[in-house]
Structure formats: structure tokens, C-alpha cells
Design a protein around this ligand. Structure first.
Ligand code: 5RP
Length: 231
């Protein structure tokens, strides 16, 4: 296992200690969240945890949860979640994050907003002093509105790029049937202002800016896990 993969696993293990029996948990998407799902599955099968229900943030995560034998539920049945654990593409010192590398940002933000506690897990490469440095901001966009949205994004001074499918011709399509536009703004000095500007564009369904959600982040480094607290 590479140090990065091991760092992801150790961060996931630290986050798993926040999950107690009888909880309804949000399950994030991506390779780091996959470690968390496996660990929760292992704790359920060993009897260290019981009576857990999970709300997955993507089809991929639902499959991983099924493999790990974590019973699933929905936000209709459980509109309030005890804790959600999710990965990130970038995290700053105030636990603000950019997410959406896996294209699941819309469901991830809905689940984050429904969680009493929201924990980010990542390897040390994701830690940044300045959100947006060397990192695009993913946006979920209504396909019908693409041309308008791209024009408006250029007007906001960014370089937008429609994400293309991998193993599929044409654009990547989200689990919700939408497109992802990766918007390169460079360093995002005022995330709240940018979020408001982006949300004011009809057709931008959600942004990958997650600020004010996380109360804890575990960052896996070589040899240790750094705990950061916020909110
Ligand atoms: C998916 C996400 C992921 O959490 C993010 O891309 C991090 O993924 P990984 O853990 O594989 O690096 O936001 O939409």
C-alpha cells in the first residue's frame, strides 16, 4: 500500500471512531470515503458496532456499502443524520473545502447539510493554505443551461471546462443526470462571495465549495494523523 493510500485509511479509521451503535450516517464518495465504508463494514461484522444505517452520496458509494453489508436508508426516512464522513479535493486551515472531484458534490452537500456532525478525511496532499490554488472548482450544471453557464462563468473571470466522460463518449453525466463544469478561478479569496455569484447563475445547481460544514477533519500524513477542529 502506498503512503497516500495508507494515509487515507488511517484518516478514515480516526473518523470511524466517531460512529457509535444506533447511528444513521452519511457515506461520502471517493477513494478515501471508500476506506471509511470498509472500516464501518468490518466493525459491523466483528460486532464492534451494530444498528447502523447509511445514506450513500453516489451509486458508487451505495455499491461499496452493499459490499460492506452496511444497511442503507434514505433522507426521506432519515432527514437528519448523526454524522457524515466524506473526502475532499482540498481542505484549508478553517476546514473549508473544495469537493466534487468524483462528481458527487450535489448529493454530498445535501447530506452534509443534513448532518449533525460532518467530518472530512483526506491525505496530506489535500491540505492547502489557499483554497483554489492549483485546484479547479467543480460545479454541477443543468445540461440545458450549459452554454449560458459557460458564458456567465467566463464573465466571472474563470476558465470553465466541461468534464468529459471516462470510458464514455461525450460529457461526464452525474448520478442526477447533469453535467460537471470544472471552473478554474485560481486562489479563491472570498469563497462566500463566489458561492453567491455562482448560485445566482440559473443552471448552476450546486458548487463544490463546502464552507462552514465540517466540524472535524482528519488529515493522514506520513506516520501520523492530524486532527483539525473547526465550526
Ligand atoms: C467526490 C468527492 C470526493 O470526496 C473527492 O473528490 C475526494 O476523492 P478521493 O478521496 O478519491 O481523493 O468530492 O465528489
Amino acid at each position: 500500500m502506498s503512503w497516500v493510500d495508507d494515509a487515507k485509511r488511517r484518516a478514515a479509521e480516526a473518523a470511524a471512531d466517531h460512529v457509535v451503535s444506533g447511528s444513521v450516517i452519511g457515506l461520502g464518495s471517493g477513494s478515501t470515503a471508500a476506506h471509511f465504508i470498509k472500516i464501518i463494514g468490518d466493525r459491523l461484522s466483528s460486532g464492534a458496532l451494530d444498528d447502523i444505517l447509511g445514506v450513500p452520496t453516489s451509486h458508487q458509494t451505495a455499491e461499496e456499502a452493499l459490499k460492506a453489508a452496511i444497511p442503507l436508508t434514505t433522507l426521506d426516512e432519515h432527514p437528519e443524520l448523526d454524522v457524515t464522513v466524506d473526502g475532499a479535493d482540498q481542505v484549508d486551515g478553517s476546514l473549508n473545502a473544495i469537493k466534487g472531484g468524483g462528481g458527487a458534490l450535489l448529493r454530498e452537500k445535501v447530506v452534509a447539510s443534513a448532518s449533525k456532525s460532518y467530518i472530512l478525511i483526506a491525505d496530506g496532499r489535500k491540505l492547502t493554505e489557499r483554497l483554489g490554488d492549483c485546484q479547479v472548482l467543480p460545479l454541477e450544471v443543468l445540461p440545458f443551461s450549459l452554454g449560458v453557464v459557460l458564458r456567465r462563468l467566463e464573465g466571472l473571470g474563470c476558465k470553465p471546462r466541461l468534464r468529459m466522460g471516462d470510458g464514455k463518449l461525450g460529457p461526464a453525466v452525474t448520478d442526477n443526470g447533469n453535467f460537471i463544469v470544472d471552473a478554474d478561478f485560481g486562489y479563491i479569496e472570498k469563497p462566500k462571495v463566489l458561492e453567491a455569484d455562482l448560485k445566482a447563475i440559473p443552471g448552476v445547481l450546486e458548487t463544490g465549495l463546502f464552507f462552514g460544514y465540517a466540524d472535524v477533519a482528519y488529515i493522514g500524513l506520513e506516520g501520523e494523523v492530524k486532527k483539525m477542529e473547526g465550526r
